[in-house]
Each structure stands twice: as structure tokens, then as C-alpha cells.
Design a protein around this ligand. Sequence first.
Ligand code: NAD
Length: 498
Amino acid sequence: MKHVSHWIGGKPWDGEAERHGDVYDPATGQVTGQVDFAGPAEVDLAVAAARDAFRTWRRVSLAKRATTLFAFRELARDHATELAKLITEEHGKVASDAAGEVARGLEVVEFACGIPHLLKGGYSENVSTNVDSYSIRQPVGVVAGITPFNFPAMVPMWMFPLAIACGNSFVLKPSEKDPSASLLIASLWAEAGLPDGVFNVIQGDKVAVDAILQHQDIAAVSFVGSTPIARYVYENGTRAGKRVQALGGAKNHMVVLPDADLDLAADAAVSAGFGSAGERCMAISAVVAVDPIGDELIAKIKDRVANLRVGPGTDERSEMGPLVTGPHRDRVASYLDSGVREGATLAVDGRVHPVIGGEPGGFWLGPSVLDHVTPQMSCYTDEIFGPVLSVLRAPSYEEAVDLVNSNPAGNGTAVFTNDGGAARRFVSEAEIGMVGVNVPIPVPMAYYSFGGWKASLFGDTHVHGTEGIHFYTRGKVVTSRWLDPSHGGVNLGFPVNT
Ligand code: NAD
């Protein structure tokens, strides 16, 4: 049984936790370890270490910060397979998917290596006679990151590389379901030469989150998780005076127009619906087939789903692993019954899909497709976050776009078409933060910013890219005049240019 604990002040915490949680191997259903749950006292310790470290880290030169980031990047790349293995063991996703998540996270580290360039300000000479102005961006202080189970490496990597590069210190509270990746990351930072206390990890649940939200020495909180908790974190964090960006859940629609290449669309729907067992915030969960192609599209989707290989993430043959926990698997499966009860057709029942090499206790659910779903059904109104694809039929382009825009979530969407004009119109009309054209999972690169609209984001700053730099810094504008012979004497008037 492994024991997973906190990382505070550059080393593992050696205290005794009062509360613990179980960590599972989702492919067997067995408990493989215990994770310590922090109370306010451990959060205090981590924040105190971060606050101390911030005093010196914020003064470290940009050149030295970039060197430390480069060192971390090299180490993380060298340990990428180990990191991916930890993710598969606790999350269940297949090895290639775990490796992909690490690679995408590393892209943000690589972006952050350019911090000397990213923090450049502006300078204007002679804004008034002999007066110059320039803008700088300074770190905000101690920053916390609270992250979900579905990307235990990538989502934290959306946050801490830029926060640290900008001169902040960081306290990460990862998901209690797959906590180990965070500790490997912490040890790599130490090896890279990051001063003790700049990166800390606090394991735990709501108690740790509440202590973070109330802590007066935490200046900003980045959160990624479900919509109700994102709203809670945003409301409580901002009430306590913090800067908060809270990314929530999703219901991503893929609109297939009648002129689309239906083989391409079916490949995309299956890849984006069932990759990582649908446990991605950018997974496609609703396919909107615009008349008259619904029957043809669903036949192509069914053919592909039948051939998906479900099995343990550690087995090279597997394309899709188990779900993260037993209760989550049961909740996802419940939508198959409720969907049918409410009038949908169960086109593919994942409960009878074969599992290759899987142990019976694993949290298995094969890929499922519900057809003739309507907007009132709970399988449509709820975020299922599992391998269930809902297919809706829309009589026209306009009704498809209405469906997308009426949904409270606004994370991602995609349109499949060969008509450039229709695609352009969709891009303009979709009230969604990230839009794909013949690309089903339009996750922005590290140098753009990632984030949704509406109930998928509380706050107004997206993560990474320029918006990430802005979130982790405060702007300051300096106006300076160096003594010159033209002393004007006392002047109580408002400074204006004459
Ligand atoms: P979650 O909201 O249950 O948990 C997220 C974090 O909040 C975890 O660290 C957890 O410990 C903490 N938490 C859980 N319950 C809490 C409570 N009552 N009070 C305070 N803190 C609490 O989310 P999850 O199940 O880990 O992850 C899946 C969700 O995350 C999905 O809704 C998915 O769409 C969303 N997600 C969104 C994005 C995005 O970019 N918008 C990315 C990844 C995941």
C-alpha cells in the first residue's frame, strides 16, 4: 500500500494526518494506497512556506527563472513515462493518453521558458515634456491551484509553470482521486533547483479547499473542476478578496452539417466522445446531426464503436480504459436507463461491451450511444463525464446553433462541414469559448489561452497564453521625470499636457 502525502517547503511532509482517503486502481477496483487529507493546519504550513519563498523568488532574475524552468522541462521530459505510468495507475486512462496529457502539459512549461519575453512591458518617452512612462507586470504573491481528477498532470501544468515563471509561489491542491503525479512533479522541481517553498502540494478534499479559500495570505486561486464547485470556489474566493479564475464543466456539441464528410465526422465523434472514456472537459458529448444525415451518421458511429478495444490502461491493446471510480461508473451508466425512460433509443449499450484482459472488479463501462435524444432529457441537461455519446437531430443549421447556444455550458464545440461560409458563420455565432472546424477537440496551444464561456468559466481570465500571464501578475504603470533645470514650482492643477 502506498502512502501519499503533502510536499511543503521543498520536502515531503512528515506529520501524521488526521484524515485519509483511499486511492484505487480503476482497472482492478482495488485500493492501492492512502492519501493524507490536509486540515487548516497543513494548509497554513504550506502557505507559510510559500509566503517566505515568495519574498526572495520574486526578486530572482528573469534569466535565472528561465534557467530553472528549462531544467524542470528537461527533467519532466526525462520522467514523462514515469509520470504517465502514475496517471494510468490511479486514473485508469490508457498509456498513450496519459503520455499525451504529459506532452500537452509540457508545452505550457516550454511557453513559460520564454518568460523574459512574456513579461516585457511598454515604454513611452516624453509623454509630457521630459516625462517618460512605462508599464511593468509584477507577481501577485502566493497562488493556489485546485485541480480535477481527469488530468492530474496537464491541468496543474496549465497553472504552475506560468505562476512560478511570473515570480509567484504556488500551492497545488490536486484531486484526491489521483494524487501521486503531483508529488513526482514536486520532486522534479526540487531537482531542477527551484528554491524550497516556491512549489508546494497539499493533498485533500473540501476541507483543504475551504482553508485555501479563507486563507488571507493567498492572493489568487486557479480552479478547474465541475461547474457547481467552480461557482462555489469563485464566490467564496472573491468574497475573501482573492483573484479567482474557476473553470467549470462542459457539454460540448459537435454539429454535423449535411454536406460534411460523414466518415471523417464519425471518426471524430467516436475519437472525441470515447477518448479517455469521455472523462475530458473537451470531450464531445452531444452530436447534433442536421437533417437528413442522422441515420447514415449513426450507422457509421455504431460500426466504429463496436470495434473499440476496452481494457486496462496498462495493456497496449486497450484504446479505452475504465472509469475513475465505482460510484462514477454507476452514475454514468444510470443515464442509459434514464435516457431510455425519457424516450431516447439506446443505439449502443456499453454495459455489454467486451473488456479485454480486465479484472471483473474494475470500474468498466464500454462506449454507449443514445440516439434521438432531446434537450429536455437528463442525459442531455447533465454533464455525464463518461463514455456516453448523445445524438440529437436538428432540422436546420439555425436550430443546431440554437441548441449549442441555449446550453448553459460554453466550453467547446465543433462544426463538421465542407462549406467554408457555413463554418465561418458557425465560428462567429457560437457562444462558446473554443470552437473547432472539422476538429472535434479544439484545445488551444499553450501560447493561446484555454477557457470556456458561460457556466464553463467563472471569472474572466482564461488559463495559459497571454491571459495566464495576466492572471498571475498585476500591472503597474510608472511615470517618471528626472530632475532637469526647468523647475516649474508648485502647481495644484490636474496634470494635463499643454
Ligand atoms: P470536482 O469539481 O469534483 O473536483 C475538482 C476539485 O475540487 C478537486 O480538487 C476536488 O478535491 C475539489 N472539490 C470537490 N468537491 C468539493 C467541494 N464540495 N468543495 C470544495 N472543493 C471540492 O471535479 P472532478 O470530478 O475532479 O473533475 C471533473 C470535472 O472537471 C468535470 O465537470 C469536467 O468538465 C471538469 N473539468 C473542466 C475543465 C475545464 O477546462 N473547463 C478541465 C478539466 C475538467
